[in-house]
Design a protein. Structure first.
Length: 406
């Protein structure tokens, strides 16, 4: 953000893909809007005019019965009231993304004024990364700022293609995107040791690459959540009715072997909270994770595993956490996730760097009120996952890459 924005028309790609209430169409979680504010405010205060663009939802996938786009439900107009409250400046809204009206409204903007364009995904060209569409977007700004970390892993027109129409001196990352990259690099580039990664969530298949990559980097890899049972079964355990991906059993064993070879401590939950139904009011008890009876399923890590995981986490100097330890949405099975979150907060207090890397673990730390007690909470699920898997994000590459200052 070291460009001079004074007197400039600045095209800013943000990630305002926020959840809306289905009935009232009001924003129900404004985290992503809040996190984009520093960039917008900085440009406005420096005397620039801001042309904001974002996508919202998947309008092309959820067409109306007559086959047309549901322009009401997916309109960025729905976020104007919340954005106005948060920014404290008047927002002009254009009901098209590109075209004569958008160009004319953008041209008339004065210093310190802000124009919000309609959902980029109302245009066929967005997801295709179409050059014509990207060029039309580019014509709306003298400078392009990409602050949309949550969509940086997509090679779309407004996140990637558009960047080619601006030279080095006329494009840059916004504060949020740069911060996300900087924080991710603290775990991917020479992390302080011990480095402990905690991976949970439902499926091994979603996080295969991440697990594989982490084994190359960490000292300890904690695997919890539903995915742990595929590992338990692969090792000959009985897992009853717990989640299992039969087609990943071999992969699970390969990962365990790789960890052994590399001297990585791969920890699985030795015990589980098992229930007789997938319901908060089901009967539940503690059982060894490899000895779960038929008719019972592991829905959380057990008390021994909780203590063991917490103990390892508290000794870490770098922590990465992606995915809950159990079905934390149900209070009966939220304890494991809670204790892990608390251990991450405690380790952070004791000097560790902790990154909460997207998705449901972010929801968990927010729900527990611990977001301020960890070092960094990412705004991007898929994008953070790809970064941690070692991929270069198209939205970052298009800007000429990112260099971390040490
Ligand atoms: P993910 O999106 O892959 O991080 O998975 C998050 C989801 O995994 C949450 O909705 C959790 O309820 C679910 N989950 C975590 N542990 C389990 C488990 N042991 N059995 C079933 N689902 C689980």
């Amino acid at each position: 953000m070291d460009l001079n924005f004074s007197g400039k028309q600045v095209l800013v790609r943000v990630d305002f893909n926020v959840p809306l209430d289905k009935e009232t169409l009001k924003v129900t979680d404004d985290t992503r809007i809040r996190r984009a504010l520093p960039t917008i405010t900085h440009i406005l205060e420096e005397g620039g005019a801001v042309v904001l663009m974002s996508h919202l939802g998947r309008p092309m996938k959820k067409l109306k019965e007559d086959g047309t786009i549901n322009k009401e439900m997916f309109s960025l107009k729905n976020i104007v009231p919340r954005l106005t409250d948060l920014l404290g400046v008047e927002i002009q809204f254009c009901d098209e993304t590109v075209g004569e009206k958008a160009s004319s409204m953008a041209e008339k903007l004065k210093r310190g004024q802000l124009l919000l364009l309609e959902n980029t995904r109302f245009n066929e060209g967005e997801k295709k990364g179409d050059e014509e569409f990207a060029k039309a977007l580019a014509s709306l700004g003298d400078i392009y700022v990409n602050d949309a970390f949550g969509t940086a892993h997509r090679a779309h027109a407004s996140t990637t293609t558009v960047a080619q129409y601006f030279d080095e001196d006329h494009k840059c990352f916004g504060f949020l995107l740069a911060n996300e990259l900087k924080n991710a690099s603290k775990v991917t580039n020479n992390p302080q040791r011990p480095f402990v990664a905690i991976v949970g969530g439902a499926k091994v298949s979603d996080k295969m690459l991440l697990l594989d990559r982490l084994i190359d980097q960490v000292d300890t890899l904690i695997v919890g959540g539903g995915m742990a049972y595929t590992f338990m079964k692969a090792q000959g355990g009985q897992i009853g009715n717990s989640l299992c991906e039969e087609d990943r059993l071999e992969l699970a064993n390969q990962l365990i072997e790789k960890a052994k070879k590399k001297g990585v401590n791969l920890l699985l939950p030795s015990d589980s909270v098992v229930a007789d139904a997938f319901a908060n009011d089901a009967n539940f008890k503690i059982a060894p994770s490899g000895l779960i009876e038929e008719g019972w399923m592991g829905l959380d890590i057990g008390v021994y595993a909780q203590a063991e995981f917490a103990n390892v986490i508290k000794q870490a100097k770098t922590i990465l956490w992606n995915g809950p330890m159990g079905v934390f949405e149900m209070s009966s099975f939220a304890n494991g996730t809670k204790l892990v979150a608390q251990a991450v907060a405690d380790a952070t207090k004791a000097g560790a760097f902790s990154l909460i890397g997207g998705g449901d673990s972010v929801a968990a730390v927010n729900q527990l009120g611990l977001a301020k007690q960890v070092s960094y909470v990412s705004t991007g699920g898929g994008a953070m996952l790809e970064l941690l898997e070692g991929k270069e994000l198209p939205g970052v590459k298009a800007m000429g890459g990112f260099e971390v200052e040490n």
